[in-house]
Design a protein around this ligand. Structure first.
Ligand code: NAD
Length: 631
C-alpha cells in the first residue's frame, strides 16, 4: 500500500505534529514531502527493534536510502527517535515549521512544487555514502556487524535481520528491497524472542503502566502533596521525580542541612536537563520550588502520602513511622522504601497497618523506570490502589508483589550474583564468568554487578540470612571468599575502588584485581562452546527457577509483573521477555528436566518447585497453554 501511494503519480505531502513512530514514520517515508513541527511532542523514529521486531513497512529500505546506511543503522538497530531538527539535518524531513503550521506548509508544497517521484525512483539516484558494493559502503557493514555482535552477542534476531535487510536491500531496486524486507520481517516474527519481547516489553509494559494491577473499585487518588523522609541517595532522587510530576514535596532529614543537601541533588539533576535543552529555566525553577527541605515533621501535615527512605535500620524506621503518622490524615498512605526488611514486620509499629505498604524504588531513581510495590499482610486494597496511582503519577511502572525476604527483585537478582560466585569458588576463571554473564544478555557479568551493589552488602545479607534461618542455613561455597575480601582485605566493590576489580582513581577503565588469583585458583581457564553454554544456562536458569519459586510462594501472582519487573528492575536478559517467558519459551517440561539435571550436577539450588512439575504434567505455561509442550 505504501509503495502504491508512493508511485500513484500524484504528489503526497505529510504533516507531522506529534508521534511518527514505527508504521507512522514508514507511511511518512512513503510520501514525497515531509514537514515536521518543532513541537516537544514530536518524535520521529522506528522503535520496532526495541520489542524484537524490524520495521516491515519499508523502514529498513527508505531510511538508509535517505540518510545513508551508516547514519540510518543506529536508528534502525537501537530504535531511538529524532527531534524535528535532527530529522531535518538527516534529510528525513524536508522542512521544519512552528507547531500548528505543518499542515499549511504541506499543502503549500503541493500547490507550488508538488513532485510525485521519490528520490529512489529516479534514474540518477545514488545512496548517500555509497551502497554496500562501494569501498566506503562496505566498511559500514564490516564494522557494523562486529559492533552489533559485541553489543548483542547474537541474542537478538531482529537486529541481525535488520543488518541483512539493509545490506541486501541496498544492492537492488527498491521494489526488490521491499520484498527482502518482508521476508526478514516474517522470519523475525516467527522467532520466540520476538513473541516474548512484544509480550513483555510492549503489551505487558503498557498494561502495567496503565495500572493493570490496580483494584478497580477504589476511586482515583491524586497525590498532590507528599513527604519524603531521609534525604540521602534514594530520598533525594524520589523528591526529584515527585517534583517533576508536579507534586508538592516535603523533604525531611535529621537536620535542615542534610535535607538541603538532598534538595541540591535534585537541583543538580535539573541543571543537567536545562543544559541539555530538555527543560527550560522557568520550568526547572518551578520544579525546584516544589521541594521544601526541612527537619520539622510538622511539615508532614496535609500530605497525601509519605515515602520513608532513611537508613536500613528497624529502630530508626520505627521512630520515623511514629513521628510521621502523628501528623498524617487517616486516609494518607505510608510507604517504606526498604530494600530488605519485610513490610509486615515494619508495619507492626504503625497505628494503621492497613495504610502501610512497601514502595521500593531502584537506584538511580531518576533513571530507573520500575517501582516494586510490596503488600504487607495487613495492607488494604485501598492503599494498594492509592500507591499505584502515585507511582503512575510519577511516571514509573509499578509491579505488585507480596512480602518475602528480598521481595521479588532483590531475591532473584541475588541468585545471578551468587551463581557467579559459585563458579568462582569452583575454579572458573573470573574473566570467563563475567564475559559469559554478558553473553547471556545481562547488562554486566555477576562479579562486576556484585562490585556495583557492594561486596560488604552481599556479605552482610549472608550473615543476616544465617542469623535468621538458624539451622536451616546452608553456607554457600563462596562465603569464605567473600568474608576474606570484605573483612580482611576491605574490598567493598566499586564504592571504595576495590572489589573483584580495581577502579583507578582517575576514572580509567576497571581491571580485574590481580590478587584475586591468589585467593582462588582457576582450574577452568579455557572456554570451549559447550562449557560456555553450560555456564550461560546456569546463570539464566538459576534466576528463572527462583522466579518460579516466588510464583509458587505467591510473592509474585502475575507473570507480567514478574517479567517486566525482572527486565526493568535488574536487567534480566530482555531477549527472553523475562524469566517466566523464558520458561514458557523453553517449555515447562523441558525446563524442569534441565533443572533436575543441574540440581544433580551442582546442588539443590536448581531444584524445580513442585508448581513447575504440576504445570509440566498438565501441559500448562505461565501464559496459558504451553505451546512448546503441545507441539
Ligand atoms: P542513605 O544513607 O544515602 O540515606 C539515608 C538518609 O536518611 C540520610 O540522609 C540520613 O541522614 C537520613 N536519616 C537517617 N535517620 C533519619 C531520621 N531519623 N529522620 C530523617 N532522616 C534520617 O541511604 P539510601 O541509599 O538512600 O537508602 C535509604 C533507604 O532506601 C534504605 O532503606 C535502603 O535500604 C533503601 N534502598 C536503597 C537502594 C540503594 O540502591 N541505595 C535501593 C532501594 C532501596
Amino acid at each position: 500500500m505504501f509503495r502504491a501511494l508512493e508511485t500513484c503519480g500524484k504528489p503526497v505531502a505529510v504533516a507531522l505534529e506529534g508521534l511518527a513512530l514505527g508504521g507512522g514514520l514508514e507511511l511518512a517515508l512513503a510520501c514525497h514531502y515531509r514537514v515536521a513541527a518543532k513541537s516537544p511532542r514530536l518524535q520521529i523514529g522506528l522503535p520496532e527493534s526495541k520489542v524484537g521486531l524490524l520495521p516491515g513497512g519499508g523502514g529498513t529500505q527508505r531510511l538508509p536510502r535517505l540518510m545513508g546506511a551508516m547514519k540510518a543503522l543506529p536508528y534502525l538497530l537501537e530504535g531511538k527517535s529524532m527531534t524535528a531538527e535532527e530529522a531535518l539535518a538527516n534529510g528525513v524531513v524536508h522542512e521544519v515549521v512552528e507547531p500548528g503550521q505543518a499542515l499549511d506548509a504541506a499543502k503549500a508544497w503541493i500547490r507550488t512544487k508538488g513532485d510525485a517521484v521519490a528520490p529512489w525512483d529516479r534514474k540518477d539516484f545514488k545512496i548517500p555514502g555509497g551502497g554496500p558494493y562501494t569501498p566506503g559502503g562496505a566498511q559500514v557493514f564490516i564494522m557494523g556487524n562486529a559492533m552489533l555482535r559485541k553489543q548483542s552477542y547474537g541474542n537478538y534476531p531482529a537486529q541481525k535481520h535488520i543488518m541483512s535487510c539493509v545490506y541486501e536491500g541496498l544492492q537492488v531496486p527498491i521494489d526488490a528491497g521491499l520484498r527482502i524486507e518482508s521476508r526478514y520481517f516474517v522470519k523475525t516474527l516467527q522467532q520466540p524472542q520476538a513473541r516474548a519481547m512484544i509480550r513483555s516489553l510492549f503489551l505487558s509494559m503498557q498494561e502495567l503502566s496503565k495500572g493493570a494491577a490496580r483494584p478497580k473499585d477504589v476511586p482515583p487518588y491524586d497525590v498532590k502533596k507528599a513527604a519524603v523522609i531521609g534525604a540521602g541517595m534514594m530520598g533525594a532522587g524520589i523528591a526529584y521525580v515527585q517534583a517533576m510530576a508536579g507534586i508538592e514535596t516535603v523533604l525531611i532529614d535529621v537536620t535542615v542541612e542534610a535535607a538541603e543537601k538532598g534538595k541540591s541533588h535534585a537541583q543538580g539533576l535539573l541543571e543537567k536537563q536545562v543544559k541539555r535543552g530538555k527543560l527550560d529555566r522557568a520550568k526547572a525553577d518551578a520544579v525546584l520550588g516544589l521541594i521544601h527541605a526541612t527537619a520539622d515533621y510538622a511539615a508532614v501535615k496535609g500530605c497525601d502520602l509519605v515515602v520513608e527512605a532513611v537508613f536500613e535500620n528497624r529502630e530508626i524506621k520505627a521512630e520515623v513511622t511514629r513521628k510521621a503518622e502523628a501528623e498524617l490524615a487517616q486516609t494518607a498512605v505510608f510507604g517504606s522504601n526498604t530494600s530488605t526488611l519485610p513490610i509486615t514486620g515494619l508495619a507492626e509499629v504503625s497505628a494503621r497497618p492497613a495504610n502501610f505498604i512497601g514502595i521500593h524504588f531502584f537506584s538511580p531513581v531518576d533513571n530507573m523506570g520500575l517501582v516494586e510495590i510490596i503488600m504487607g499482610r495487613q495492607t488494604s486494597q485501598e492503599t494498594l490502589a492509592k500507591s499505584i496511582d502515585y507511582v503512575l503519577k510519577i511516571k514509573k511502572t509499578p509491579i505488585v508483589v507480596n512480602d518475602s525476604r528480598g521481595f521479588y527483585t532483590s531475591r532473584c537478582f541475588g541468585t545471578f550474583v551468587q551463581e557467579g560466585l559459585e563458579m568462582l569458588a569452583e575454579g572458573v576463571a573470573p574473566a570467563i564468568i563475567d564475559n559469559v554473564g554478558r553473553m547471556t544478555g545481562m547488562p554486566r557479568g555477576p562479579l562486576e554487578m556484585n562490585d556495583d551493589v557492594a561486596l560488604d552488602l552481599s556479605y552482610k545479607i549472608g550473615e543476616q540470612t544465617k542469623k535468621d534461618l538458624g539451622d536451616a542455613y546452608v553456607a554457600p561455597k563462596f562465603q569464605p571468599l567473600l568474608e576474606k575480601m570484605v573483612v580482611q582485605l576491605g574490598r567493598y566493590g566499586r564504592k571504595n575502588g576495590k572489589g573483584f576489580y580495581d577502579y583507578p582513581a582517575d576514572g580509567g577503565p576497571k581491571r580485574l584485581w590481580p590478587g584475586l588469583l591468589e585467593l582462588v585458583t582457576p582450574t577452568m581457564t579455557e572456554a570451549p562452546p559447550a562449557f560456555v553454554q553450560e555456564l550461560k544456562t546456569r546463570l539464566l536458569y538459576r534466576q528463572a527457577v527462583e522466579a518460579a519459586r516466588c510464583f509458587e510462594e505467591r510473592v509474585v501472582t502475575d507473570p507480567r509483573d514478574g517479567d517486566v519487573g525482572a527486565i526493568l528492575g535488574w536487567g534480566f536478559a530482555p531477549w527472553t521477555g523475562g524469566p517466566f517467558s523464558l520458561i514458557d519459551s523453553v517449555g515447562v517440561a523441558a525446563f524442569v528436566a534441565e533443572c533436575d539435571r543441574l540440581a544433580q550436577a551442582y546442588g539443590p539450588r536448581f531444584a524445580p518447585p513442585q508448581l513447575l512439575r504440576d504445570m509440566a504434567a498438565q501441559g500448562e505455561g505461565f501464559y496459558g497453554k504451553d505451546k512448546a509442550r503441545a507441539a
